[in-house]
Design a protein around this ligand. Structure first.
Ligand code: GLC
Ligand code: CA
Length: 577
């Protein structure tokens, strides 16, 4: 009974053993658990203070024991690191600070040996201003074919010294910067000024990305995470709208049908033609490569990005934007399932990633919900600045409950390195050590995202850099309290967050069946109760009081279950067969 086709569970082993490492299953991603690695902060093998590919290889056993199906690596390409690697200077290489292509191949092979697939991040909206083509564009001058690959426009005013529009960039400050060639031209950047946007109406750009996809496909990756997937294709024809009108269109409403305003920069229908051409490349492989879109678009537009003729799957960040609230969760879950029915893809669940405050900390703050967040950190910055304390205990308790909720849902779950340790956001990074362009561009107005990118604590007890690397200091400062969360400590403690994740991932493989969910009627206010196939039931109590525990064998619970009661702010998995 404890069998499934692609692996075998043995009671004598402490971890799931992936007997099948052939990677032939084309649907592997549909209900997979994918672990996001932020390579610079995972494990530093050569002691220079920066995580590296060899560091990842050295932790293959850890990833296997955790029980994940795949890792997704945030960018590891050559980069000046103006935006943590999302400023890519060369899409088909490894940053020498992180390793070599040989290290990459070795990592893919070692992870394959333990049944873990590799996905890489593709950053197609923009490159780094160090990219060869951007450098050539600046040099070749106004009107040159080289400039056509980017979005250059003449500045306004007699001396062309004013930006072409009043648009702001996502990280704060103007979205246009002078070409650097003193010719009155400006280039558009949705993010930092070091990240010029590509012109996706240019055939060279389209061709070059197909080459990049094949490059990594040929190196054995199983799929891609597509950065800012909703923004590639833009309509830059005149007249361009002003920022006041554009900024009214938010995450929940990027197109304003009534006012007839279609966003020139985001979620345009034409972007799906690009992904159709990518799908043809994905299907050259057997099994086909998979891709997941990072598309911060309105819920009713998400399924387009998950179409089987396009990328095939999209992140939904809706559950990440929910408070710890049964009503919000139910609405979001129902929407996610409906969207996946429309697209024929599977749903995705995410609570943390490298762009948002860690969920163990988020849940320790008073509830906030902001409809407009492109990157969901702003409100928490305000809370910290207002001196609001984090209730660490509540935060962790709710985080574990929310994690067991999403791991119990149909579809795939993306987890972010360190969340399996219950790691808290590092809120106390000194200003001088912050790296995020959000912090820099807002002149400290926003902390940005460094707090979730601090290198992982592997060992407690005075180990140098908490075992991250045994040489130079970690590139972002690790706080004293990391000791408590170190892998070495949590490994020993059967009640640790790490062991909860391990057990949940293992049990999930055993319980997993069809992508179906049935709500159990009559759950008390604040409680969610649903059934999955194979007698698996999930119950979440979001209230502050214990409630009666429904019948069934307790498989796992986020806090200990006693005397027929489901404690406050707890999720339990039950088995009834
Ligand atoms: C995405 C990434 C984020 C990055 C931005 C620009 O949102 O997840 O980290 O800063 O794109 O590439
Ligand atoms: Ca290193």
């Amino acid at each position: 009974m404890l069998q499934r086709t692609s692996g075998a569970y043995s009671a004598t082993q402490s971890c799931w053993s992936n007997a099948d490492t052939s990677f032939t299953d084309a649907d592997w991603w549909r209900q997979a658990v994918i672990y996001q690695i932020y390579p610079r902060s995972f494990k530093d093998n050569n002691g220079d203070g920066i995580g590296d590919l060899k560091g990842i290889t050295s932790k293959a056993g850890y990833l296997q024991a955790l029980g994940v199906d795949a890792v997704w690596l945030s960018p590891f390409y050559p980069s000046a690191l103006k935006d943590g690697g999302y400023d890519v200077a060369d899409y088909r290489n490894v940053d020498p600070k992180i390793g070599t292509l040989e290290d990459f191949d070795e990592m893919v092979a070692s992870l394959k040996d333990v049944g873990v697939r590799v996905m890489v991040d593709i950053v197609p909206n923009h490159c780094s201003d160090d990219h060869e083509w951007f450098q050539a564009a600046v040099k070749a001058g106004k009107g040159s074919p080289e400039r056509e690959r980017f979005i250059f426009r003449d500045g306004l005013g007699e001396n062309k010294d004013q930006p072409p529009t009043d648009w702001e960039c996502t990280f704060g400050g103007p979205a246009w910067s002078p070409s650097g060639a003193n010719d009155g031209q400006w280039y558009y950047h949705m993010f930092d000024s070091s990240q010029p946007d590509w012109n996706w109406n240019h055939p060279d750009v389209r061709e070059d990305f197909l080459k990049t996809l094949r490059f990594w496909g040929d190196r054995g990756v199983s799929g891609f995470r597509i950065d800012v997937a909703h923004a590639l294709v833009k309509d830059m024809s005149e007249p361009l709208p002003n920022w006041a009108d554009l900024s009214k269109l938010t995450y929940h409403k990027l197109q304003n049908g009534n006012a007839g305003l279609i966003h020139p920069l985001m979620d345009r229908d034409e972007v799906h033609d690009v992904y159709k051409s990518w799908r043809r490349v994905f299907n050259e492989y057997n099994p086909p490569l998979m891709a997941v879109a990072e598309a911060w678009v309105a819920p009713d537009r998400q399924s387009r990005y998950a179409s089987a003729e396009g990328l095939g799957q999209t992140f939904s960040f809706d559950i990440l934007l929910c408070n710890f609230n049964a009503g919000e969760y139910r609405k979001t879950i129902e929407h996610g399932l409906k969207a996946s029915e429309e697209s024929k893809s599977s749903t995705t669940w995410v609570l943390s990633n490298h762009d948002v405050i860690r969920h163990a900390t988020r849940f320790g703050f008073p509830d906030v919900r902001n409809e407009n967040l492109p990157i969901a950190v702003h409100d928490y910055n305000k809370l910290v600045k207002a001196g609001k304390a984090v209730d660490v205990e509540t935060g962790l308790k709710r985080a574990k409950a929310a994690t067991l909720l999403i791991l119990g849902l149909p579809g795939s779950t993306y987890i972010y390195q360190g969340e399996e340790l219950g790691l808290q956001e590092v809120l106390e990074i000194p200003d001088a050590e912050r790296q995020d362009p959000i912090f820099i561009r807002t002149k400290g107005g926003e902390f940005g995202r460094d707090g979730c990118r601090v290198p992982l604590p592997w060992s407690a007890g005075g180990a140098k850099n908490f075992g991250f690397g045994d040489g130079q200091k970690a590139h972002l400062p690790q706080p004293e309290w990391f000791d408590v969360y170190a892998v070495s400590e949590e490994d020993k403690d059967s009640d640790s967050t790490l062991n909860l994740y391990r057990k949940a991932l293992k049990s999930r493989r055993i319980l997993q069946g069809e992508e179906k969910l049935e709500w159990v009627p009559g759950a008390p206010e604040g409680v969610l109760h649903f059934k999955r196939p194979n007698g698996w039931e999930v119950v979440l109590n979001t209230t502050k009081d214990a409630v009666d525990l429904p019948a069934g064998e307790v498989v796992i619970s986020s806090t200990p279950v006693t005397e027929g009661k489901l404690p406050a702010e707890t999720t339990v998995w039950l088995r009834n067969n």
